[in-house]
Design a protein around this ligand. Structure first.
Ligand code: LLP
Length: 415
C-alpha cells in the first residue's frame, strides 16, 4: 500500500496536492512519501518479530541522504556496493556496525576505508577478494568480518539483466567452491568468518526461488558446521518484487514467514537487503506534457522527463504506470507513447497508454522511487531532476534540481 491517491480528481502525495509540488519545485521532479517508505521498512522489520534480524536497505535503489537518514532513524542497516555509498550512509547518520559491503569489484581504497570505519561485514564475492581483505586488514592491524556471497545457481525467473543467482552470472562464489573458501578463510590471521550470503536477483514475484536458494545455502551451512565452522548470520539479500502493473509478489510478511518456517530451530541472525520493496512504490516521477504530436503511425506525447531521468523503460523495457495528476479533462482518450526530449529512439517512459491528454498536463510515473533517480544521468546535458519528500501536508526539497553551471563545474579548458 502506498500514500499516493486521488482526492476530488486530483493526485495527492499523502496530504499534499501533487499540482502544488509541481508549481513550487518545477518538473521533472521525483516525489517521495515518507509514510510509505517507513511503512514498507517496518513491514520487513516487524515480520521477524522476536527472531534476531537486521534489515539492511540496499542503498543503490535510492541513495538520497534524507531517505537514508529516515531509515537509519528507524534502526535500519545498509547494504552498500561502493565507497560512495559508504560515505552517503555515514553522512546520513547510519551506524558503521550495521553496514554490509557487497559487490564484485571492491577496490583496495574501498576495503581500507571500510576497515577503518569498522563496518559490520564484507560480503566476499571473488576468491582474490578474501586474500586482499586479509592483507589490508593485516596492514591496519584489525580483523575483518567476512561472509561469502554464494551463487546457488537458482533461476530467479526475472528479467535476465537483473537475475544474479545463476551459474552464468558474474556474482558470488560458486556454491560448490564455497566450502574450500571457508576453509581458507578460517586459517587467515586477519579474517573472522561471520556469515553467509546470497542474492539471486531483483523483482522476484514468487517465494519459491528464494526458498530454493535458502535450502542450498542451508545445506552448505550444515557442511560448515560439521567442520566446526560456525556462522553468526545468514544474509538472504534483497530482491522481493513490487507491483508495477499486475504482478502479485508476496508481501514481506508472507515471504519472511516462509523463510522463518524453513529456518525453524536455527537461531542465526537473519539479514535481508531489500531495496525496491521499500522505496519503489514510495516515489513517483512528476512530468509535464510539452507537446502532443499525433502522427500517421503513432501519437506521441512529448514530456519534460526522459530516459536520463528514468532509465528503466529504455533499459529493460520496464512497464511503469503513467497516470494523470488531474483526472478531469475535456480531451478525448487516445493511445499515446509517452516520450522524452532525448535524441534516442529508446527514449520513452511508456508506450501505448490510453490517456486524455492536453499540452501542459501533469503526469505521474508511478513506482519510480527505486532505481529512478539513482540511475539518472546528465545525458544530453540535462540537469538532473529535483527530489522532494512529502511528510503529511509538508514538502521538503531533499535534492535541488541541478543548475546549468553544475553540468560543467568540474570540467577544465586546456591552458
Ligand atoms: N543486494 C544485492 C547484493 C543487490 O545486488 C541488490 C540489487 C539488492 C540487494 C537489492 O535488490 P532489490 O531488493 O532492490 O531487488 N536497476 C534494476 C535493479 C538492479 C538490482 C541490482 N541489485 C532495476 O531497475 O530493475
Amino acid at each position: 500500500m502506498d500514500h499516493f491517491h486521488y482526492r476530488q480528481n486530483s493526485l495527492f502525495a499523502e496530504d499534499l496536492a501533487v499540482t502544488a509540488i509541481a508549481e513550487q519545485y518545477g518538473t521533472p521532479c521525483y516525489v517521495y512519501s515518507r509514510a510509505t517508505l517507513e511503512r514498507h521498512w517496518r513491514a520487513f522489520d516487524q515480520a521477524f518479530a522476536a527472531h534476531p534480524h537486521l534489515i539492511c536497505y540496499a542503498v543503490k535503489a535510492n541513495s538520497n541522504i534524507a531517505i537514508l537518514n529516515l531509515l537509519s532513524r528507524l534502526g535500519s542497516g545498509f547494504d552498500i556496493v561502493s565507497i560512495g555509498e559508504l560515505h552517503r550512509v555515514l553522512a546520513a547518520g547510519g551506524s558503521p556496525d550495521k553496514i554490509v559491503f557487497s559487490g564484485v569489484g571492491k577496490r583496495e581504497d574501498e576495503i581500507l576505508a571500510a576497515l577503518q570505519i569498522g563496518i559490520r561485514c564484507f560480503n566476499v564475492e571473488v576468491n582474490g577478494e578474501l586474500d586482499r581483505i586479509n592483507r589490508l586488514a593485516g596492514q591496519l592491524g584489525v580483523i575483518a568480518p567476512v561472509s561469502f556471497r554464494v551463487n546457488p545457481d537458482v533461476d530467479a525467473k526475472t528479467h535476465p539483466y537483473i537475475s544474479t543467482g545463476l551459474k552464468e552470472n558474474k556474482f558470488g562464489i560458486d556454491i560448490s567452491e564455497a566450502l574450500h573458501e571457508y576453509r581458507r578463510a578460517v586459517q587467515m590471521l586477519h579474517i573472522k568468518v561471520v556469515g553467509i550470503d546470497c542474492h539471486i536477483g531483483s523483482q522476484l514475484t514468487e517465494t519459491a526461488p528464494f526458498l530454493d536458494a535458502l535450502d542450498r545455502v542451508l545445506a552448505l551451512v550444515d557442511q560448515l558446521q560439521a567442520e566446526g565452522i560456525q556462522l553468526h548470520h545468514l544474509d538472504l539479500g534483497g530482491g522481493l518484487g513490487i507491483n508495477y502493473r499486475d504482478e502479485q509478489p508476496p508481501q514481506p510478511a508472507e515471504y519472511i514467514t516462509a523463510l522463518l518456517q524453513r529456518l525453524a530451530g536455527r537461531d542465526f541472525e537473519i539479514l535481508l537487503e531489500p531495496g525496491r520493496a521499500i522505496v519503489g512504490n514510495a516515489g513517483v516521477l512528476l512530468t509535464r506534457v510539452e507537446y502532443l504530436k499525433p502522427t500517421a503511425g503513432k501519437n506521441f506525447a512529448i514530456v519534460d522527463a526522459a530516459m536520463n531521468d528514468l532509465l528503466r523503460p529504455a533499459l529493460y523495457s520496464a512497464w511503469q504506470d503513467i497516470i494523470p495528476v488531474n483526472t478531469l479533462s475535456n480531451a478525448e482518450a487516445q493511445t499515446w507513447d509517452i516520450v522524452g526530449p532525448v535524441c534516442e529512439t529508446g527514449d520513452f517512459l511508456g508506450k501505448n497508454r490510453l490517456l486524455k491528454l492536453s499540452p501542459a498536463d501533469l503526469l505521474a510515473v508511478r513506482s519510480a522511487g527505486a532505481y529512478g533517480f539513482s540511475m539518472s544521468s546528465n545525458y544530453n546535458s540535462r540537469p538532473r531532476a529535483a527530489e522532494v519528500l512529502v511528510d503529511g501536508d509538508q514538502s521538503h526539497l531533499i535534492r535541488a534540481r541541478e543548475t546549468l553551471a553544475e553540468l560543467w563545474a568540474t570540467e577544465q579548458l586546456l591552458p
